[in-house]
Design a protein around this ligand. Structure first.
Ligand SMILES: NC(=O)c1ccc[n+]([C@@H]2O[C@H](COP(=O)([O-])OP(=O)(O)OC[C@H]3O[C@@H](n4cnc5c(N)ncnc54)[C@H](O)[C@@H]3O)[C@@H](O)[C@H]2O)c1
Length: 283
């Protein structure tokens, strides 16, 4: 289960002599979203995959800035838990259950969210699924499914909202990339292919949508301690990650959400077409 709040604890740096003891989630819990961006208040923000993990922190971060957030996910239960937690927010987030891999249905669902929010100023293409697989098991159908859940939806979700952004005089699209393909990891070929494509998508959209004052960027997380990632961890694996990073602690979802808030705000008004890393200096 997702812990109730990860926003209000300052992480302790890991002393150099304790680097072999991989910190637990509890010891590295991060706050970090203390910045306030007045330009985000009342902004209409749509997040895919917003029920858990980094997406959850992004939904929460924008809601705490006073933004109106709409999000989709396949996990209805955690989404409702999140909405309950944010019941006192300036705008309580709106949730619609939707599999992003169904591009046509996603288009209809996003149209519903745009209507519910009264427009869309910010889209965050966050949903993804990093299932492991061997090269030999890849079939054309599996390829299509993995690319649909990790890349295709980001294009079509963007296409669904950019007419609205153009009509409004601008907007922001943030795509979640991944450090994985930069490192070239085992058993993640289709995910890594898709995430390489995310960076190409960002560059392409930024160029063509820039004249409409739409900024498009990729956020590249390193290894972030989400509930899902917990299943892959071993103490040795976590110690290796910490050893590889310049900074000796474990990234939390809020560390990535903090970057999303900045990039979506007017403070980042000339930031577009690029990759913004939040990886503790791993790569
Ligand atoms: N956690 C990390 O270490 C890490 C590292 C690099 C990149 N990223 C990227 O950051 C983003 C968020 O990752 P995360 O770790 O929070 O992932 P996560 O698996 O913890 O959460 C992803 C969310 O997307 C939802 N989702 C998955 N498939 C979906 C589908 N078909 N339709 C709708 N929703 C769907 C999940 O239910 C979940 O709520 C992803 O794009 C991921 O690739 C994460």
């Amino acid at each position: 289960m997702t812990p109730p709040h990860t926003l209000h604890h300052v992480p302790e740096p890991v002393p150099a002599d304790q680097l072999h003891d991989a910190p637990t989630r509890e010891s590295s819990e991060a706050p970090v979203m203390s910045a306030r961006y007045p330009s985000l208040r009342d902004k209409r923000v749509i997040v895919t995959g917003g029920a858990t993990g980094i997406g959850e922190a992004i939904v929460e971060g924008f809601a705490l800035q006073g933004a109106q957030v709409g999000f989709v996910d396949i996990l209805g239960g955690p989404a409702q838990d999140l909405i309950r937690r944010l019941a006192e927010a300036h705008h309580v987030p709106v949730f619609l259950e939707q599999d992003v891999a169904d591009a046509a249905a996603l288009g209809d669902t996003l149209a519903g969210l745009v209507e519910a929010l009264g427009g869309c100023d910010v889209l965050i293409n966050n949903a993804a699924s990093d299932d492991r697989h061997a090269l030999d098991v890849v079939t054309p159908a599996y390829w299509d499914q993995r690319l649909a859940v990790n890349l295709k939806h980001a294009f079509f979700a963007s296409q669904g909202v950019w007419p609205e952004m153009k009509a409004n005089g601008g907007g922001v699209i943030l795509n979640l990339g991944s450090i994985s393909w930069h490192l070239g990891l085992d058993d993640l070929a289709l995910y890594q292919i898709a995430k390489a494509g995310i960076e190409g998508l960002t560059r392409s959209l930024a160029r063509e949508l820039g004249p409409f004052n739409i900024r498009v960027n990729t956020i590249i997380p390193g290894n972030v301690q989400t509930e899902r990632q917990m299943r892959w961890y071993t103490p040795e694996g976590e110690a290796e990650i910490i050893a590889a990073q310049c900074l000796k602690g474990r990234l939390q979802p809020t560390d990535v959400a903090a970057m999303a808030l900045f990039l979506a705000s007017d403070d980042a008004r000339f930031c577009t077409a690029h990759e913004y890393w939040v990886d503790g200096g791993w790569r």
